[in-house]
Design a protein around this ligand. Structure first.
Ligand code: G3I
Length: 382
């Protein structure tokens, strides 16, 4: 090879290495949470209407970069979708689903049958009396099949029934239960499956570390399977605090649900960094506002933030440890400022429960995971 060719070849390779180095460095520095998670499980996030309608562009940038699954925080609930019998409002839900399709995100439907955020007309007649079982069955079927049918082939799976089992394993005495007894749950799963046979179907609840609820949900899943009904996963909402749940009990529940032959999903993950006022995600529970329960109105002290990050990392490692049974981990909001925990169970307090802060920056445990994964990629390239 002529000398000048050797020199140009050397210069060229040096240039490529420089670009390659910079490029791989750029690629590494742009590693994202979903890349860190890889194919272990889907990394999801709940979107509010400001986000799904494209108004919160900073949040959407985070969603596109760090997540590969989304769920509607509120816009698919029955009070939003069918506030009056026969009057369906799909605009917000359509925009969320389209955002998911446009960005290659897996979309989950939340939620078809729930005792809360239920329009007043759903279970009573025009005199306010409970409707007959036949009328309620028809109303459930119409609601479920109209909603699921609309998104057939677009929504991967549905939270078919939400929060129907109490801490002692008994059925919540909702209107659905009052009128139809235990049958309302298999009926809901049947109606959803008829509307989209390919859709995955989930049972979703909070406080799933509690042994009584764990046993009640196991019994429920088994009964659905014995009836030959489709149920693909149990959704463990994962609303946590600094002193609950016990991670060992949470893990025990994950394994108990998986032992029934379904997958596990962490569907609404957040961890309040504030003193626990009460263990509940039942939105109708409230506690009188107390200053003591809103101790960090300006910012979270580093000492508390460190404990919070360590605890979140422990749970994330638990999910990764059981990646064989965990299909999805969804954060219940994009940034701390979006969280329902800022007003629950105490209105007007400031909480710090999510994976990204109010400046749209990843929390320390998220940043650490990304950096560690990026370093391993960089070192692998050397
Ligand atoms: O959209 C209206 C707005 O027009 C009105 O001005 C405002 C007045 O307060 O209310 C707005 O609706 C609120 C809605 O969130 C949207 O922000 C409702 O009042 C409020 O009750 C609703 O809270 C949601 C709650 O479910 C009840 O639906 C929370 O955002 C949402 O995070 C929470 O999520 C639930 C899951 O669906 C099920 N698991 C428990 C979890 C936490 O409760």
């Amino acid at each position: 090879m002529k000398n000048r060719h050797i020199v140009s070849a050397l210069l060229c390779s040096l240039f490529l290495m420089a670009c390659g180095g910079n490029a791989s460095q750029m690629a590494v520095s742009e590693k994202s949470l979903k890349e860190v998670v890889g194919d272990k499980f889907l990394m999801g996030v709940a979107l509010n209407v400001r986000q799904s309608s494209g108004m919160d562009t900073s949040a959407l940038k985070i969603v596109k970069q760090h997540f590969n699954a989304i769920v509607a925080e509120n816009c698919m609930k029955s009070e939003e979708i069918q506030p009056k019998e026969g009057e369906f409002h799909f605009e917000d839900a359509d925009r969320l689903v389209q955002f998911g399709l446009d960005n290659g995100l897996t979309v989950t439907g939340h939620c078809l049958i729930w005792h809360s955020q239920l329009p007043e007309w759903f279970c009573v007649d025009d005199k306010g009396k409970n409707v007959s079982p036949e009328v309620l069955k028809q109303r459930m079927k119409t609601h479920i099949q109209t909603v699921v049918g609309r998104y057939k082939g677009k929504i991967k799976g549905w939270d078919v029934v939400n929060e129907a089992i109490m801490e002692d394993g008994s059925y919540r005495k909702s209107k659905f239960y009052e009128i139809l007894g235990e049958e309302f749950i298999p009926l809901a799963f049947q109606y959803a499956h008829e509307a989209d046979p390919d859709a995955e179907l989930y049972y979703n609840d909070y406080g799933m570390d509690v042994p009584g609820r764990r046993d009640g949900v196991v019994k429920l899943v088994r009964s659905l399977k014995e009836k030959g009904l489709r149920i693909d996963a149990v959704g463990m909402q994962g609303h946590m605090g600094m002193d609950y749940p016990d991670i060992r009990q949470f893990e025990k529940s994950m394994l108990a649900f998986a032992a029934t032959g379904v997958k596990v999903m962490i569907t609404e993950w957040d961890m309040s960094a504030l003193p626990t006022a009460m263990r509940s995600a039942n939105v109708s529970d409230t506690v009188a506002f107390k200053k003591a329960l809103n101790p960090y109105p300006e910012a979270l002290p580093d000492s508390v933030s460190q404990v919070w990050n360590e605890r979140m990392q422990q749970f994330f490692q638990l999910f990764e440890k059981h990646a064989d049974i965990v299909e999805r981990v969804t954060a219940w909001g994009v940034t701390d400022g979006d969280s329902w925990k800022n007003d629950f169970p105490i209105r007007g307090r400031k909480d710090y429960p999510l994976l990204f802060d109010r400046n749209y920056q990843p929390k320390d445990f998220v940043r650490k995971m990304i950096e560690e994964a990026s370093d391993s990629v960089t070192s692998a390239k050397k």
